[in-house]
Design a protein around this ligand. Structure first.
Ligand code: 5AD
Length: 376
């Protein structure tokens, strides 16, 4: 069997069974890697960069087919509010790690956050994502107050939190205050690799405990990894796919690792566009109903990265709606895009990119397919 036939066979199994053995997964990843030297198949005329190998074309077409069965042509938007870049952690990859004294720190007030939501709402956003470092200034009481205020003013919107590891009680309190979703990437499921990326105080056990608590409490939960993070191996990636398959998240955030100049990983190389696209497509086939963003990091390593993400099975984009004067300060990695744009301009640019990829900007809450929000 030649490589294209083998790809068709493996993708076929993934499409039908949403599962593949470790060996078969490794085989597929090998083929994608070995055939990646030359890309000649144009998959979308409107996007000149959308060229791939025949093997990738098979994989991406299957991913798009499955995504369309669950979500049609809709791409959901999330208004991302990066409300603090203070962080008590010292993750070796992250630009806002505690020991980066060059990071210019900021915090948004409740009023500033609500103003962002107001602007976002007027632009059509129906999900707000509050993301920040682990900043103890924002006590549970403060977070709950902010969530309650947003919930009261915008009852038709989903509220997503992305504020790191907390106790089960804290997660419960935020949920009761009105939060619907929570993003917390595991970063890597492999304990040794986890220790390599993170300070000694953090552990994969606690990270997984957080994710399980969040799910039990009734959040739509997002996990995920960086692709090509320092020390990551093929085995780690397969371990992550297994973890995600077992855990059953509602959302999966994956993007390439990109070095930040003021971190210990400054001289490491970035994750690759193609490795990220392959994983997006494989994840779409393994967890067909999952919400899968084409991330800002993907848009940072390639000008058409997010469009290519959509063509590989992603169905969410998270434009930044933080106030203009802090945009350039939430720098997890070098070269981050859209730090100068106005929220309105951002919306138009994203809509154009979505249409070019052949999809439609959906201005709804965009809940996970099959998730029961009736109890809300
Ligand atoms: N490159 C790419 N992604 C990064 N993140 C943090 N630092 C980097 C980096 N240098 C990601 C992490 C985190 C998310 C908010 O941003 O995966 O969970």
């Amino acid at each position: 069997m030649n490589r294209i036939e083998r790809t068709q066979e493996l993708v076929g199994i993934l499409e039908r069974e949403h599962a593949l053995s470790d060996e078969a997964l490794s085989d597929l990843l090998d083929i994608l890697e070995e055939t990646g030297a030359e890309r000649t198949v144009q998959i979308r005329d409107a996007i000149p960069a959308a060229v791939c190998t025949p093997e990738e074309a098979v994989l991406y077409a299957a991913a798009r087919k499955v995504r369309e069965q669950y979500y049609g042509k809709d791409v959901y938007l999330r208004g991302l509010i990066e409300f603090t870049n203070y962080c008590r952690n010292d993750c070796r990859y992250c630009g806002i790690r505690r020991s980066n004294t060059k990071a210019e720190r900021y915090r948004l007030s409740d009023e500033q956050i609500l103003r962002c939501c107001g602007q976002g709402y007027a632009l059509g956003f129906r999900t707000f994502v509050l993301q920040g470092g682990e900043d103890m200034y924002y006590t549970d009481e403060r977070i709950c107050g902010i969530v309650r205020a947003i919930r009261e003013r915008y009852p038709d919107c989903a509220i997503t939190l992305s504020i790191g590891e907390k106790s089960r009680e804290s997660y419960l309190a935020y949920r009761e205050a009105g939060a619907d979703r929570y993003l917390l990437r595991q970063e890597t499921s492999n304990p040794e690799h986890y220790r390599y990326l993170h300070p000694a105080q953090l552990s994969i056990e606690n990270r997984k405990r957080c994710l399980s608590d969040l799910k039990e409490i009734g959040y739509q939960v997002g996990c995920g990894i960086m692709v090509g993070s320092p020390g990551q191996t093929r085995e780690h990636i397969i371990e992550d796919l297994r973890y995600m398959q077992d855990f059953g998240p509602h959302m999966i955030g994956i993007g390439p690792f990109i070095p930040h100049k003021d971190t210990p990983f400054a001289d490491e190389k970035a994750g690759s566009l193609y490795d990220t696209l392959h994983l997006l497509a494989i994840i779409r086939l393994m967890l067909p109903g999952v919400l899968l963003p084409a991330t800002t990091a993907l848009g940072t390593i390639h000008p058409a990265g997010r469009e290519l993400g959509l063509l590989a099975g992603a169905n969410v984009i998270m434009p930044n709606i933080s106030p203009g004067d802090v945009r350039g300060k939430y720098l997890l990695y070098d070269g981050k895009i859209c730090t100068d744009d106005e929220a309105a301009a951002c919306g138009r640019c994203i809509d154009l990119r979505i249409r070019k990829a052949g999809y439609i900007t959906a201005m709804s809450r965009g809940d996970c397919a099959g998730f029961d929000t009736a109890h809300k």
